[in-house]
Design a protein around this ligand. Structure first.
Ligand code: IVH
Length: 662
């Protein structure tokens, strides 16, 4: 009996590991998420009923541990350098020539490998056990993210046969498929979307609760070494092979080459191959393979002289434009959207692209039926770059500019380069307004994502935004795909939003040109929604950063009958319309009068830091100058950080920031 259980366990373990590999490493899952979850559950159950069998590297161990208060900073045993970059083949050839020259006649073999667009980490094993994981930080010292890294499915906690000490350098990433589904879920729940997989991975690594990290399918790939002791490795090609032989996540695409033509050939081959990788890549890395030669070549302060990154131009694809549709935004602005013949681009299928505005369409003379070039430069939404006039079908005509709103048929007016639907009853606008109102940065109503907003409005339950506060559980339960529990949760979410601070409510109203930061300033200045609704232009311009134009927008907004009705209804529903004491504690804030610049990747969206700096009396600027007091620098900070250092401006990390705020 026990033998058959042991066999079943071994088989199941193999099976789950195989599917992990297919998903994270090969980007070719064979089974659905549900089928995977079933296998995984089975593994968990077996380990529970037979704890004596449980493998210490089982995927089920990747669940995270106790949450931390903050990350410890740890010095890197060997600094983590970055790479010099080039976009030109000529500069690449110059690099190769320089290497030959500095090696004084020795021949060099090069390793060509993918440049992963992820988040750099260093993972240390001692006597075969994973003991530490660090972020790059400033290159000299990084954050101790060991607990978070231990949740990475394809990263073993122990590896037989490793040298006594070995640090692997690599990139953490979120596989494209996982990123897509994570953003879909976030969208449904009304949470802010991550701009790209890299940001999502960086944000995830900075979570203090590793149990949350375990919920997000991070992966890692190694390509280099930090400190080692007892290692027999002598070159980069062997390193790649050995990483895989140890069962660690490594590159399966790498090439040993010699001489310029072979280097260029491999770099071009990689450009073709990289579309199939599970991680995003933005270039090839060309490294002198032999470690003794690397040592001869040495490094500058920042980057090694034995390696260079050749960056590929952002990926483009040509496809056919089927149609142009029009989307209505929350202020009524109509955005034209290109509906495309689906095409593969940077690992995702692209079927829509933004056309920005109507001027753009006429400027590029984009027509239905055209072959267009689309480009995706690391962001979610691709853009139409140009038209291939050679392939233009005969009889094509310029796209007619709409005169009526595509949703409510109301008339459109032209405002600068935009067309706007001015009808206050437009359902298209209402959907966007409610989405904005409920959004995480505004009233933060749980369960009220895009899909729910659409359902509520299409079912006629909400005809005016304020009616969400009249919704009751019974009517919600009648909606399609709505169970008793989700209806209850939504009612609770809506009720909880009544207590949000005034600044958020002002932002949620969606006053044109009034963002989150300005909303807070208005809350602090006027103390109540009533006072703000009565404010004249002359009162409004007293608020810092409110110019005449914005003041006029605000006055016009509160002058509208629909706004007055909305404000009345919110009052009746019992929302908080007064500034909370915490919102007013500004004068004497710890950053009173201080100027900040924010750069690099931080653990939370930038708006969050801006909000906090301002709530402590500070201000935030876009570029560094001698007048800057602090540069708040996250991971991978670039030129702004360098400028701050050159000017002697104080640079603080997120952790130091938290300390200052107290
Ligand atoms: S080697 C001293 N190899 O790109 C060697 N870096 O833009 C320094 N990166 O800091 C790194 N793929 O975070 C190396 N195959 C690869 C890489 C790679 C991605 C990252 C790494 C580096 C950054 C430079």
């Amino acid at each position: 009996m026990s033998l058959s259980v042991a066999q079943r366990y071994a088989r199941l373990l193999d099976e789950v590991r195989r599917h992990d590999r297919l998903y994270y490493v090969e980007a070719q899952p064979e089974i659905s998420d549900t089928a995977y979850d079933r296998l995984y559950r089975e593994l968990v159950d077996l380990e529970k009923s037979h704890p004596e069998l449980a493998d210490e590297n089982s995927p089920t161990r990747k669940v995270g541990g106790t949450p931390l208060d903050s990350f410890r900073t740890v010095a890197h045993a060997v600094p983590m350098q970055s790479l010099n970059n080039t976009y030109s083949e000529r500069e690449l050839e110059e690099f190769l020539a320089r290497v030959e020259k500095n090696l004084h006649g020795q021949k060099a073999e090069f390793a060509i490998e993918p440049k992963v667009d992820g988040v750099a980490v260093s993972v240390r094993y001692e006597k075969g056990r994973l003991v530490q994981g660090l972020t790059r930080g400033d290159g000299e010292k990084g954050d101790d993210i060991t607990e978070n890294l231990k949740t990475v499915r394809t990263l073993p906690l122990s590896v037989p046969g490793l040298p006594v000490v070995i640090e692997f350098r690599g990139e953490v990433y979120l596989p494209q498929a996982a990123f897509d589904s994570m953003n879909r879920t976030r969208e449904k729940q009304g949470e802010a979307l991550f701009a790209n997989p890299r940001n999502a991975a960086a944000g995830t690594l900075k979570l203090l609760d590793s149990r949350e990290v375990a919920q997000r399918p991070l992966a890692v790939v190694f390509y280099g070494l930090g400190e080692t002791s007892g290692s027999k490795l002598t070159n980069q090609i062997d390193l790649h092979q050995q990483i895989l032989a140890w069962g660690l996540p490594g590159h399966s695409w790498f090439r040993p080459v010699q001489g310029t033509p072979e280097v260029l050939q491999a770099v071009r081959e990689l450009d073709q191959a990289r579309t199939k990788f599970p991680f995003a890549t933005d270039g090839a890395v060309i490294k002198v393979s032999r470690f003794d030669q690397q040592k001869i070549l040495g490094s500058t302060d920042k980057a090694p002289r034995w390696a260079i990154a050749y960056k590929y131009a952002p990926e483009q694809a040509e496809t056919r434009l089927h149609a142009v549709t029009f989307q209505v935004g929350r202020t009524g602005v109509i955005t034209p959207v290109a509906e495309l013949e689906p095409v593969q681009l940077s690992g995702t299928t692209v079927a829509r692209a933004t056309l920005h505005n109507f001027e753009e369409i006429s400027r590029k003379d984009i027509r239905v039926g055209d072959s267009v070039t689309v480009e995706k430069a690391g962001e979610i939404i691709p853009a139409v770059i140009s038209v291939n006039l050679k392939k233009r079908p005969k009889n094509s005509r310029p796209i007619p500019i709409p005169t009526h709103c595509p949703v409510c048929q109301g008339p459109l007016v032209k405002e600068e380069v935009f067309l706007r639907c001015c009808s206050r009853d437009c359902v298209g606008q209402l959907k966007r307004r409610l989405q904005h109102f409920a959004h995480r940065g505004a009233m933060d109503i749980e369960g009220m994502g895009e899909a729910m907003v659409g359902q509520l409005i299409d079912a006629g339950l909400v005809q005016h935004l304020e009616q969400i506060y009249d919704l009751n559980q019974q009517e919600l339960e009648k909606l399609e795909r709505m169970g008793e529990r989700s209806a209850g949760n939504l009612v609770e979410g809506i009720a909880a939003s009544k207590k949000r601070p005034l600044g958020r409510l002002i932002f949620a109203l969606g006053i044109p040109q009034v963002g989150a930061v300005l909303s807070e300033a208005l809350a602090r200045h006027f103390h109540s929604l009533d006072a703000l609704t009565k404010a004249k232009v002359a009162d409004l311009v007293q608020v810092k950063d409110v110019g005449e134009k914005v003041a006029e927008e605000i006055v016009a907004f509160f002058g509208e009958a629909s706004t007055r009705r909305l404000v009345q209804a919110l009052k009746k529903a019992g929302l908080n319309l007064h500034a909370l004491p915490a919102e007013l504690e500004i004068r004497g804030g710890v950053f009173s009068g201080k100027k900040f610049v924010i750069t690099g990747t931080l653990s939370q969206p930038r708006e969050e830091f801006i909000r906090r700096i301002q709530s402590q009396g500070g201000s935030v600027a876009g570029s560094v100058s001698a007048k800057t007091d602090f540069v708040l620098a996250g991971e991978d900070a670039g030129s702004k950080l360098e400028k701050a250092r050159a000017l002697g401006v104080r640079v603080i990390s997120e952790k130091e920031f938290e300390k200052l705020v107290g």
